[in-house]
Design a protein around this ligand. Structure first.
Ligand code: UGA
Length: 434
C-alpha cells in the first residue's frame, strides 16, 4: 500500500518506519526542514531502540522517504496517517490546531478517495471534527478513521510490530477493509483487530492511559502508607499482582509517572469530562497524588541534612522519565533538580541518553558527569530517579569511597534493603522499611 504519514515525531516516525518494514511504500511529511534533511541522510532524529536499523534498511530499499511538502504526501498516500502533536492547553485540554489545520489542507487538496487516519491521541469527537473540517472544501469521497497508538517509548518498535491489539474506530465499511488489510500482517499471532465506532476508539486510548496512570498512583499511595505502618510494598505488590485480575505489571511504586503521555492524557480526559459537567474525581486525585509523589523524597533528603542543603552536592542517576529513552518531559528528576537548586545545593547528574536534553534545559546550572561513578565523587548523597539497567548492580565499595556520606535515596527501589545495610550504606527507598 502507499501511505503518507503527516508528522514525523516519535509516533509518526515509528509508524512510518514499521509500516515500510512490512512492505508498504511510506512517505513521511514534516514541516521541519532540518529534520527532513537529517532523515534523508539516514539519521533518526529521536532515540528509540532498534528504530535506526529498520530506518536504514527501508530507506535503502526505497520504501521509506521524506518530504516537507504536504501536498506531495497527499498525492502519494492512499492512506494518510495524521501523527501530529496535540499539546496541552493551559486548561489541560488537548490543542487540536495542528490536526485541524492539516485537515483543512486535505479538504482543499485531495482529488481521489483517501482514508484519513487519526493516529494522534485526541479527545472523543475529534474524528467527527476532522471529517467536518475536510468536508467543508472537499470535492471527492474520503473517510476518517480513528486508530490510536499504544506504543511505549523505549519499546515502540516491538509494540508496533507485535501489537497486543489494534483498535480501529470506523463508520465506513470501505475504510475498515483498507485498515484491516494494512494491519493484518502485524497480528498473525492471533491478536485482535478491534473494530468499533470512532468515539469508543478515541476513548479507549485515553481510558487505557488513565487507567495505567491510576494503577501506578494507587500503588504509590500504598507504598507511602506502607512506610507509615511498617509494611513492605514489595511484598504487598507481589501479593496483589499474583491475582490475575490485578496483574503483575504497572504496580511498581516510585517517584511518580512522567513522560509525554500519561500526564497530558489524564489531564485531557479530566478536562473533557468537566466540559460536559462530568466530574472525573478519580482523575483529579491521580494528578494531585502524582504531583506530590514526584517530590516525595525531597523532605527526607532535606531532613537528612538538617534542612540545610545550601552548598551540598547531590549526585543524580537517571534524568529521563523512564529507561530506554532520552525523553525528559515531566520527568521526576527535573522536579528534584528544581528543588535542589532552589535550596542552594549543587547537582551532578548522569543519564545514559538524556544528558543532552537536560543540558539544553539547565545550561551550566547543573554539572553532568561522564559516567555514573564520576558524578558521585565528593557528592554528599546519591539520588536515583530512573531505573536504567546499568544502575542495578553498582560497585558498592567504589560508591562508598566516592560519596562523602554513604547514603542513597532511591526513587525506583533498585536494591534489596538488607544488601545495602550489609554494605554499610544508609538506604532510603519507597514504601519499604529502611
Ligand atoms: C504510555 C503507555 O504505556 C503506552 O501504551 C502509550 O501508547 C503511550 O503512553 C502513549 O500514549 O503514547 P510511555 O509514556 O512511553 O507509554 O511509558 P510507560 O512505560 O507507560 O511509563 C509511563 C510512566 O509510568 C513512566 O514515568 C514510568 O516510570 C512510570 N511507571 C510505569 C511507574 O512509575 N510504575 C510502573 O509500574 C510502571
Amino acid at each position: 500500500m502507499k501511505i503518507a504519514v503527516i508528522g514525523s515525531g516519535y509516533v509518526g516516525l515509528v509508524t512510518g518506519t514499521c509500516l515500510a518494514e512490512n512492505g508498504n511504500e511510506v512517505l513521511c511529511v514534516d514541516i521541519d526542514n532540518n529534520k527532513v534533511e537529517q532523515m534523508k541522510a539516514g539519521i533518526v532524529p529521536i532515540y528509540e531502540p532498534h528504530l535506526d536499523v529498520l530506518f536504514e534498511r527501508n530507506i535503502e530499499a526505497g520504501r521509506l522517504s521524506f518530504t516537507t511538502d504536504l501536498n506531495e504526501g497527499l498525492d502519494f498516500g492512499e492512506v494518510i496517517f495524521l501523527a501530529l502533536p496535540t499539546p496541552e492547553n493551559g486548561d489541560g485540554s488537548a490543542d487540536l490546531k495542528y490536526v485541524l489545520s492539516v485537515a483543512e489542507e486535505i479538504g482543499k487538496y485531495i482529488t481521489s478517495y483517501k482514508v484519513i487516519v487519526d493516529k494522534s491521541t485526541v479527545p472523543v469527537g475529534t474524528a467527527e471534527r476532522v471529517r467536518a473540517t475536510i468536508a467543508k472544501a472537499c470535492k471527492t469521497e474520503f473517510d476518517v478513521v480513528s486508530n490510536p497508538e499504544f506504543l511505549r517509548e523505549g519499546f515502540a518498535v516491538d509494540d508496533f510490530l507485535k501489537p497486543e491489539r489494534i483498535v480501529i474506530g470506523s463508520s465506513s465499511a470501505r475504510a475498515t477493509e483498507v485498515m484491516q488489510r494494512l494491519y493484518q500482517p502485524f497480528v498473525r499471532s492471533g491478536n485482535p483487530i478491534l473494530i468499533m465506532d470512532e468515539k469508543s476508539a478515541e476513548l479507549t486510548k485515553y481510558a487505557s492511559n488513565s487507567f495505567l496512570a491510576t494503577k501506578i498512583t494507587f500503588m504509590n499511595e500504598i507504598a507511602n502508607y506502607c512506610e507509615k505502618v511498617g509494611a513492605d510494598v514489595d511484598k504487598v505488590r507481589i501479593g496483589m499482582g499474583t491475582d490475575s485480575r490485578i496483574g503483575k505489571r504497572f504496580l511498581f511504586p516510585g517517584i511518580g509517572y512522567g513522560g509525554s503521555c500519561f500526564p497530558k492524557d489524564v489531564k485531557a480526559l479530566h478536562k473533557s469530562g468537566k466540559d460536559i459537567n462530568y466530574d472525573f474525581k478519580i482523575l483529579d486525585a491521580v494528578v494531585q497524588v502524582n504531583d506530590k509523589q514526584k517530590t516525595i523524597l525531597y523532605p527526607k533528603i532535606s531532613s537528612f541534612f538538617d534542612d540545610d542543603l545550601k552548598g551540598k552536592t547531590i549526585a543524580i542517576w537517571g534524568l529521563a522519565f523512564k529507561p530506554e529513552t532520552d525523553d525528559i518531559r515531566e520527568a521526576p528528576a527535573l522536579y528534584m533538580i528544581d528543588k535542589f537548586l532552589e535550596a542552594g545545593a549543587h547537582v551532578k547528574a548522569f543519564d545514559p541518553e538524556a544528558m543532552e536534553n537536560v543540558k539544553q534545559k539547565y545550561g551550566d546550572q547543573i554539572a553532568l558527569g561522564k559516567d555514573m561513578y564520576d558524578v558521585t565523587k565528593g557528592a554528599d548523597a546519591l539520588l536515583i530517579c530512573t531505573e536504567w539497567s546499568i544502575f542495578r548492580t553498582p560497585d558498592y565499595k567504589r560508591l562508598k569511597s566516592n560519596l562523602r556520606n554513604p547514603i542513597i535515596f532511591d526513587g525506583r527501589n533498585l536494591y534489596p534493603v538488607l544488601e545495602l545495610a550489609k554494605e554499610g550504606i544508609h538506604y532510603i527507598s519507597i514504601g519499604r522499611q529502611n
